[in-house]
Design a protein around this ligand. Structure first.
Ligand code: DC
Length: 222
């Protein structure tokens, strides 16, 4: 199997940015696993499947044709990149992600993303469940306020509407659900480099991650 670097952490901790920067620096593939759960939440709404119907959601997860291309996300050939980034889609994602059958249905799809020359996988359970043998594991965190602020800026930049106060409470609610669910709860995997990015710039976080990568995979010369 190709080498894997996992980047786990809560929403808005900067995982996506760091995963993308690292992947382009190494020339590796990148997996945004959160987008998969978001696409499933979106597909369920379109198909009129209840977010509590675990069996049907798991079937939908196996049937849906998801593709990542050029920074965009496609569901059955239609571009859903913007639709899956709303707070509503994030909440639906968090609900479907709490279901064991859904997670099991998406497991092989995610593992198949580990192709040469390597994969940077971004999510909640990348280092703990999906790629337990990953060469390098990173766990990124930041305070809920800082994460809400970052999400606010992202949404505004994309021309979407946002309210900072409700973002803070939604982030706390989602954290709670992601950390306390019985299947694959969000937590730092054993042996992970834990970085609190609250007061760090993207460059500083990336440098800490690169230090760890150089230590473990010196042959990459990054
Ligand atoms: O990273 P994100 O905000 O796009 O993730 C959306 C939701 O999906 C989030 O509430 C947690 C869930 N998720 C998960 O349970 N496991 C993953 N590997 C990735 C995301």
């Amino acid at each position: 199997m190709a080498p894997v670097i996992t980047i786990d952490g809560p929403s808005g901790s900067g995982k996506g940015t760091i995963a993308n920067r690292l992947a382009s620096r190494l020339g590796w593939h990148v997996l945004d696993s959160g987008a998969l759960y978001r696409v499933l939440g979106h597909a369920a709404a379109e198909a009129g499947v209840s977010l509590e119907d675990e069996d049907r959601l798991a079937d939908l997860a196996l049937e849906m044709d998801v593709r990542f291309h050029d920074g965009k996300v496609f569901l059955n050939e239609s571009d859903v990149s913007l639709a899956i980034r709303t707070e509503q889609a994030g909440n639906a994602a968090s609900r479907v992600a709490a279901l064991g059958e859904v997670r099991a249905a998406l497991l092989q799809w995610q593992r198949a993303c580990a192709r040469a020359p390597g994969l940077v996988a971004d999510g909640r359970d990348m280092g703990s469940v999906v790629f337990p043998d990953a060469a390098v594991k990173v766990f990124l965190d930041a305070s809920p306020e800082e994460r809400a602020h970052r999400r606010y800026n992202q949404l505004i930049e994309k021309g979407l509407s946002a309210n900072l106060e409700s973002l803070v409470s939604e982030i706390r609610e989602r954290d709670d659900r992601d950390r306390n669910r019985s299947v694959a709860p969000l937590r730092a995997p054993e042996g992970a480099l834990v970085v609190d990015s609250t007061a760090l710039s993207i460059e500083e976080v990336l440098e800490r991650v690169l230090e760890r990568v150089r230590e473990i995979l010196p042959e990459l010369r990054c």
